[in-house]
Design a binder for this molecule. Structure first.
Ligand code: F6P
Length: 360
């Protein structure tokens, strides 16, 4: 009988519990494995905060938001460089993880998370642990999969927020700026923006020019549209910032984007056009609540596909969705990367075709 450990790490999102249920049902009921739940991501592996999961623990959780296991942003390999002996304190964490893994008698570890989580999973695999990863994030920015669970739910929330802003924008003849999450990628802003009919969409992959945005908004008002919706990804950059060194950009961002990029863009629009502009930062609302039907299906499928890999003893892999099929990739594929929106992605063209200004 195999024993697997399961953890959820990084920011939470809708669909985590559906995925946990998928992994556990298939691993326990279909393959007869024992399951140990690890609390709060990699922290629980370091401190040994674990518990045996029984079928009743992973029953009735399909539709629940958040994660029954808890999550954290613990990164045990931060500043750990095995080639030069590593940092003492950090390498202690890796040693503690190995100790917990072996003392629990684990045969494998399933990690549900985003880029950081799967990167750590890959590093642990290289340290000799049997790891399988699942792609979870509202940011949809993991290399190796066509889609991550959590994204679709966050997209629905982003779209509903834009819909609601639309009606109040129209009543007051205002420009409404909405800032959405997405980390360094523009997927969430681009998709929500197209779904909600945003007039301007700013994503990190296309640095914006405020004069082009101003021109677009003024043209709209000349055509009789007295309101506009501007969707801004939290990672959006101005043309000026894009030309800066990383350090300089960080300083510039801290100085100008107070309290956030959404507010900065609203201020810039007002200065550029003289139009009354308001900003909304949607924040953690995007990550809360129940998963969409689509995320439930994806998370359940990825979960059961992970259990299939464990049963076959295929480790060092991340399950993924590719061409509408369950598949898997080597964990080295997503490790250390971010999947940005490609310049030639059809959604950018779609947005432009329906008259959206992409900031340039
Ligand atoms: O990765 C998910 C995400 O919500 C990003 O969109 C956002 O940049 C980040 O997490 C926020 O992180 P935290 O939960 O640590 O504040």
């Amino acid at each position: 009988t195999k024993t697997l450990g399961i953890l959820t790490a990084g920011g939470d999102c809708p669909g985590l519990n559906a995925a946990i249920r998928g992994v556990c049902r298939a691993a326990h009921d279909r393959y007869g494995m024992n399951i140990i739940g690890i609390a709060n991501g990699y922290s629980g592996l370091i401190t040994g905060d674990t518990r045996l999961l029984k079928p009743e623990d992973f029953s009735g959780i399909l539709t629940q938001g958040g994660t029954i296991l808890g999550a954290s942003r613990e990164k045990p390999f931060k500043d750990y460089h095995p080639e030069n002996g590593g940092n003492e304190w950090e390498s202690d964490k890796v040693a503690a993880i190995k100790e917990t893994y072996h003392s629990l008698g684990l045969d494998c570890l399933v990690v549900l998370g985003g880029n950081g989580t799967n990167t750590t999973g890959y590093q642990l695999f290289r340290e000799g642990l049997n790891v399988v990863g699942l792609p979870k994030t509202i940011d949809n920015d993991i290399v190796g999969t066509d889609r991550c669970f959590g994204f679709h739910s966050a997209l629905s929330i982003g779209t509903e927020a834009i819909d609601r802003l639309h009606t109040t924008a129209e009543s007051h003849n205002r420009v409404m700026v909405i800032e959405l999450m997405g980390h360094k990628a523009g997927w969430l802003a681009l998709y929500s923006g197209v779904a909600g009919g945003g007039d301007v969409i700013l994503i990190p992959e296309i640095p914006y020019d405020i004069t082009a945005i101003g021109r677009h908004l003024i043209k709209r008002s000349q055509k009789g549209k007295s309101f506009s919706i501007v969707v801004v990804a939290e990672g959006a950059l101005s043309l000026e910032e894009a030309g800066m060194e990383k350090k300089e950009r960080k300083k510039h961002r801290e100085k100008t984007a107070t309290p956030s990029i959404g507010y900065r863009v609203a201020r810039e629009i007002e200065e550029e056009t003289g139009m009354e502009t308001r900003a909304t930062v949607l924040g953690y609302v995007q990550r809360g609540g129940i998963p969409s039907a689509s995320d439930r299906v994806l998370a359940t499928s990825l979960g059961t596909a992970a259990a299939d890999l464990l049963a076959r003893g295929e480790y060092g892999r991340m399950v993924c969705l590719r061409h509408d099929q369950m598949d898997s990739v080597d964990l080295s594929e997503p490790a250390g990367k971010v999947r940005a929106v490609p310049e030639d992605h059809f959604m950018i063209d779609t947005a432009i075709s329906v008259g959206t200004c992409m900031g340039v």
